[in-house]
Design a protein. Structure first.
Length: 234
C-alpha cells in the first residue's frame, strides 16, 4: 500500500497542505479531487519525492520513503505522470518512452516494456519515429502515460491527465486509465474533472485549501451534496 499520513507541506513559510492522509491500495483507483489550487498536485508531488514534506510521512508497504529522492522511489514501484506532460518535444516518441525506463539496466526488458506499451497505445506504432512536439495534446498525454509505464510501476501517479486535451479524446484517456488498472497497476488520480474522476475511481478524497474535507467510495461522493453543489453545479 502507498500511504500519506498527516502530510504537511510548505512553500517557503507558507503552508500549502495541512494534515492530509490518504492511501492507495493495490489494484485500485484512488481519486483526489478538488478545485484548482486546493493542494492536490502538491500531495502527488510529495508522494513522488518532488515536494519536500514538512511533517507527517509517506509510506510504501509499511516502510517510510519520505527521506528518499524521487529517483530512488521509482525502482520501488512509483511512477509519476506530471501535469502538463513534460515531454521532450525535439526527441522522438520512442526516445521519450525509453527515458521512462532510465532506472532499469536490462535493455532486453526495456525493449519488452516498449512493446507492451505500444500494444496498450496502438497509435504509437505509427508514431515511434515522430517528434513528440508534433503530436496533438491528447496524443502527447497518451505518450506521457505510456512513458510512466516504462518503469513497470505498481503505483501510477497521474496528475491532471485531461489537462489541455480536446474533449473528444478525454473519454479515451479515462478508458485507458481503467485498462491500465485492470492490468494490475494501482492508480492515484489527481483530476479537476470531478465527475470523470469519480466515474472510474473505487475510492476518493476531496481536498479544499490544503485539507481533506471528505473521503469515501467514489459513488458515495458522487452522490453527496458537497460534491454535487461544489463541483458538479447541481
Amino acid at each position: 500500500m502507498l500511504r500519506a499520513r498527516s502530510l504537511r507541506i510548505c512553500y517557503g513559510r507558507v503552508p500549502a497542505v495541512h494534515d492530509v492522509s490518504l492511501s492507495v491500495e493495490p489494484g485500485r483507483i484512488e481519486a483526489v479531487v478538488g478545485a484548482n489550487g486546493a493542494g492536490k498536485s502538491t500531495v502527488l508531488r510529495a508522494l513522488a519525492g518532488l515536494s519536500r514534506v514538512a511533517g507527517g510521512a509517506v509510506e510504501l508497504d509499511g516502510r517510510r520513503i519520505d527521506g528518499l529522492r524521487a529517483d530512488q522511489r521509482v525502482p520501488l514501484g512509483l511512477s509519476l505522470v506530471p501535469e502538463g506532460r513534460h515531454l521532450f518535444p525535439k526527441l522522438t516518441v520512442e526516445r521519450n518512452l525509453e527515458l521512462g525506463a532510465f532506472t532499469r539496466r536490462d535493455r532486453h526488458e526495456v525493449a519488452e516494456s516498449l512493446e507492451r506499451v505500444v500494444a496498450t497505445f496502438p497509435f504509437l506504432k505509427e508514431r515511434r519515429r515522430q517528434l513528440a512536439g508534433t503530436l496533438s495534446g491528447g496524443e502527447q498525454q497518451m505518450v506521457a502515460i505510456a512513458r510512466g509505464l516504462m518503469s513497470r510501476p505498481r503505483f501510477l501517479l497521474l496528475d491532471e491527465p485531461s489537462w489541455g486535451v480536446a474533449p473528444m479524446l478525454v473519454a479515451r484517456i479515462f478508458e485507458t486509465i481503467q485498462e491500465i488498472n485492470r492490468g494490475g497497476v494501482a492508480i492515484l488520480l489527481v483530476e479537476q474533472n470531478v465527475k470523470r474522476a469519480l466515474s472510474i475511481a473505487h475510492h476518493a478524497t476531496v481536498i479544499q485549501t490544503g485539507r481533506v474535507v471528505a473521503e469515501g467510495s467514489a459513488q458515495e461522493l458522487l452522490e453527496s451534496d458537497l460534491v454535487r453543489k461544489a463541483y458538479l453545479g447541481l
